[in-house]
Design a protein around this ligand. Structure first.
Ligand SMILES: NC(=O)N[C@@H](CC(=O)O)C(=O)O
Ligand SMILES: [Zn+2]
Ligand SMILES: [Zn+2]
Length: 341
């Protein structure tokens, strides 16, 4: 197959940031995707209807009005069921995000104990509002490579039993255990999968030296986990859908003695996914993963229009943006075997 045309896709997990970074990165997401679920981990986090509405306006100004941001609410220990429900009814946001406190970038205001958000979860379950989950425990005694698997046992499995009708997206899954948990769960549970977790194993962190541009959270895992996540993505199961987790940080913040977690993969995300599905002989399943499964899970209409990807090399630049504000894209200096036409 030399080219493939699919219904216009969406990105079900992206960080668009704010200010100059938003202006730099939003056009890349808007070029590839019709809609995106926008993560709320700004400083301060997006916790109110008013904050979500003004952030949405800044995104539309940066991305253009052919792109639809789908906003989310950041859950804290003080999450107010009335505000969350009101925002959903009024269309200010489509989902709420659980960051365990301390688990990842800008999660300091996150949830310290899942019981603190039970009232919010009751409300969300009642109104059909999805819960999006960064699924890692934070206890220092748990090995960083085990944090996702332990989260399933300690938090997610009990959560699914306590709230059987709550729609839950297990974000950016990275392990065999996560892929299996989602595959076996009810239809209320889905998962997003990033390009990097389909392409990299943990060797990438240490390839000839320390590689900050392969560092994201959850951290990339052993090869057996990459293969399990890949199998889930191309399985044809409607529980798995595209979520880039594009998470830009300026180059200086990545190439540092304490580098930030997150990869900026928005510029060539579709190219990366197409390459993976091609390698797996599953290009015929790319459309489901990229364009059909997400809308079905969220209960949103499919996008009009199509995008075409062609088999052709595309070289990834070393940097995007200028000077201090520049960002190193995922795949920098390398190439992908597919190109958006
Ligand atoms: N994925 C990351 O490594 N980083 C994300 C946060 C997140 O999605 O966990 C970020 O906001 O930088
Ligand atoms: Zn996360
Ligand atoms: Zn993320």
């Amino acid at each position: 197959m030399q080219s493939i045309t699919i219904r216009r896709p969406d990105d079900w997990h992206v960080h668009l940031r704010d200010g100059d970074m938003l202006k730099l990165v939003a056009p890349y997401t808007a070029r590839q995707f019709a809609r995106a679920i926008v993560m709320p981990n700004l400083i301060p986090p997006v916790t109110t209807v008013a904050q979500a509405a003004s952030y949405r306006d800044r995104i539309v100004a940066a991305a253009g009005d052919s792109f639809t941001p789908l906003m989310t609410c950041y859950l804290t220990d003080l999450a107010d069921p009335d505000e969350i429900g009101r925002g959903h009814v009024e269309g200010a946001w489509v989902a709420a995000k659980l960051y365990p406190a301390g688990a990842t970038t800008n999660s300091d205001s996150g949830v310290t104990d899942i019981r603190n958000i039970h009232p919010a979860l009751e409300r969300m379950q009642a109104i059909g509002m999805p819960l999006l989950v960064h699924g890692e425990v934070t206890s220092p005694d748990i090995d960083v490579f085990d944090r996702e698997a332990v989260f399933i046992d300690r938090v997610l499995d009990p959560l699914v039993r306590d709230f059987p009708a709550l729609k839950i997206v297990f974000e950016h899954i990275t392990t065999r255990q996560a892929a299996q948990f989602v595959a076996e769960a009810s239809s209320a549970v889905g998962a997003t999968i990033t390009p990097q977790h389909l392409m990299l194993n943990r060797n990438a962190l240490f390839q000839g030296g320390l590689r900050p541009h392969a560092y994201c959270l959850p951290v990339v895992k052993r090869e057996e986990h990459r293969l399990a996540v890949r199998a889930a993505a191309v399985s044809g199961s409607s529980k798995f859908f595209l979520g880039t987790d594009s998470a830009p940080h300026v180059r200086g913040a990545k190439e540092s003695s304490c580098g930030c977690a997150g990869l900026f993969n928005a510029p060539y995300a579709l190219e990366a996914y197409a390459q993976v599905f091609d390698e797996e002989g599953a290009l015929d399943r790319l459309e489901g993963f990229a364009s059909l499964n997400g809308p079905a899970f969220y209960g949103l209409p499919l996008n009009p229009g199509t995008v075409t990807l062609e088999r052709a090399d595309v070289d990834v630049p070393d940097r995007i943006g200028e000077g201090e504000g520049s960002v190193v894209p995922y795949g920098a200096g390398g190439r992908f075997g597919w190109r958006m036409a």
